[in-house]
Design a protein around this ligand. Sequence first.
Ligand code: SF4
Length: 210
Amino acid sequence: MPVTTTSANSCPPDCSLKRNGCYAESGPLALHWRVVSEGGRGGSFDELLQDIATLRRHALWRHNQAGDLTPFSPGVIDGRLLAKLVQANKGRRGFTYTHYAPTAANGAAIRRANELGFTVNLSAETLAQADAHAELRIAPVVVILPGGTTKPMRTPGGRHVVVCPASLSNTDCLNCGICQQRDRVAIMGFPAHGSGARHVQGVFFAGQVS
Ligand code: SF4
């Protein structure tokens, strides 16, 4: 499945996982991400648009195995760039996740992307935040979970949280694709894993307390 990586300057500065357990900051992906972020690998945004537009119709592809929606726009999604991406995705099944806060402006850009067929999941750090994101009704929602979580659960608001099947078996996004489904009701949960799991759990449990 085609997957993109965007330079680290695309991440919102207030992401709680930055240098605090972000899975992309360790292992082989971290090495690749660093080279991309330093300009040693990859292409321009226009080249990305061309690559997306040449994917076969209905192709499932994932934007940003590392990185977030728009470079050089700390805290504010560049709606113009996102609109170009959405346009290039027409007829394909692109999906991604964002840690940008769903402010009025960001939320409008995210809602528009989803309405036009490019799935942008809102990433939550706690179950309560997952409820808050879902209340906005602008995008599907995902949430981090404590490491080792295997069973579905409910948010404080009663929403169903389903554990990502790739963390439970050897399926993958190409065979699952749930994160691309914009109209799904379930919140997808990602158990903390890897070398940063302890930090990720810390973010999750700190939020539960607050
Ligand atoms: S829920 Fe499915 S599509 Fe989403 S990350 Fe897990 S395997 Fe991939």
